[in-house]
Ligand binder design. Structure first.
Ligand code: MF3
Ligand code: CO
Length: 249
C-alpha cells in the first residue's frame, strides 16, 4: 500500500533530506586519494548527530555503519573499512537520516582524482538516468514510466541496469511501497499521485547486470568485476511536478 503524504509531512521529509544532502556534499569534498571509507563514515556520523538527527542505516537490519561506501565493482551496501581510496577509484556514498519522525535517503558516486573514460561515462549515464526518471515522476504517469526512463537511457549508453535491488517509497519508514525497479515498461504499474514520496536509485553496471554478494553479508558486487555506479534522490510528486527533496546546493 502506497502511503500518500500531506504537505506538512513533505515539509518534514524535506528537512530530513536537506540534512542528507548537506552531509553528502561535505563527504564529496572529503573524497580524495589517501582517505579511508571508515573516515568518511565517522565524519558522516559526527555531522548527523551534530544536527540532532540519527543515521538511518545504522542498526537497520543489523547494518553496522552510518554510511554505505561502495568502491569500483561494489554496487551497493559497501561496508566502510580501512581501505584507502586511490586515484582512479569511484566511490558510491549512500546516506540516510531519521529526523523528527521522517526519513531522508540519497546517494551519489564520486570520482577519486582522475578516472578512466569508461568510469566517467558510467557516472554521467547513471546520473542522467536518475534525472530522466525524476522528470517522469508526474501526476498522470505510471511507475513504469520512471523505470523505463532509467533503463532506456542506461542501455542506450551501452551500460546495464541492476535487477536485484530497487528504489522505494519513503516517509515514516525508510522503505515503503512501491518498489521502484530500474527497468520496466512505459505505461505499466501503479498510477503516480500527488503526495507520493519516492527514493529513486539507479544502480548501473559497466558490464553484466548480474551481481553477487560478498561473504560479509552486505556488499553487492558486479558478477564480472567491472565498475558500478549508484545515484539516488528522494523526490515528492506534486501537482506542479516532481520536487527533489535531497538536492545538493
Ligand atoms: N539507500 C539504501 C536503501 O535505500 C540504503 C540502505 S542500507 C541499509 O536501501 F543498511 F540500511 F540497509
Ligand atoms: Co534508498
Amino acid at each position: 500500500m502506497v502511503i500518500l503524504k500531506q504537505p506538512s509531512e513533505i515539509e518534514k521529509i524535506r528537512e530530513s533530506n536537506g540534512i542528507v544532502a548537506e552531509i553528502l556534499a561535505e563527504l564529496k569534498e572529503k573524497v580524495q586519494e589517501g582517505v579511508t571509507t571508515l573516515e568518511l563514515d565517522r565524519i558522516s556520523e559526527e555531522l548527523v548527530l551534530k544536527k540532532g538527527a540519527k543515521p538511518a542505516f545504522k542498526g537497520y537490519r543489523g547494518y553496522p555503519f552510518s554510511l554505505c561506501a561502495s568502491i569500483n565493482e561494489q554496487v551497493i551496501h559497501g561496508l566502510p573499512s580501512q581501505r584507502v581510496l586511490t586515484e582512479g577509484d569511484i566511490v558510491g556514498l549512500d546516506f540516510g537520516v531519521y529526523y523528527h519522525g521522517y526519513y531522508g535517503d540519497a546517494a551519489l558516486t564520486v570520482p577519486v582524482g582522475k578516472i578512466s573514460k569508461e568510469a566517467s561515462m558510467l557516472l554521467k549515464a547513471t546520473e542522467e538516468s536518475l534525472d530522466r526518471a525524476i522528470q517522469e515522476a508526474t501526476v498522470g504517469n505510471r511507475l513504469g514510466d520512471i523505470s523505463a526512463a532509467v533503463q532506456k537511457h542506461v542501455e542506450a549508453e551501452g551500460f546495464s541496469v541492476v535487477r536485484d535491488f530497487v528504489g522505494h517509497g519513503i516517509g515514516r519508514n525508510l522503505h515503503e511501497d512501491p518498489q521502484i525497479p530500474n527497468y520496466g515498461i512505459k505505461g505499466r504499474g501503479v498510477a503516480l499521485k500527488a503526495g507520493m514520496v519516492l527514493a529513486i536509485e539507479p544502480m548501473v553496471n559497466a558490464g553484466t547486470y548480474k551481481v553477487r554478494m560478498l561473504t560479509d553479508g552486505w556488499t553487492a558486487v558486479t558478477a564480472d568485476g567491472r565498475l558500478s555506479a549508484h545515484f539516488e534522490h528522494t523526490i515528492a510528486i506534486t501537482d506542479h511536478g516532481p520536487e527533489i527533496l535531497s538536492r545538493m546546493q
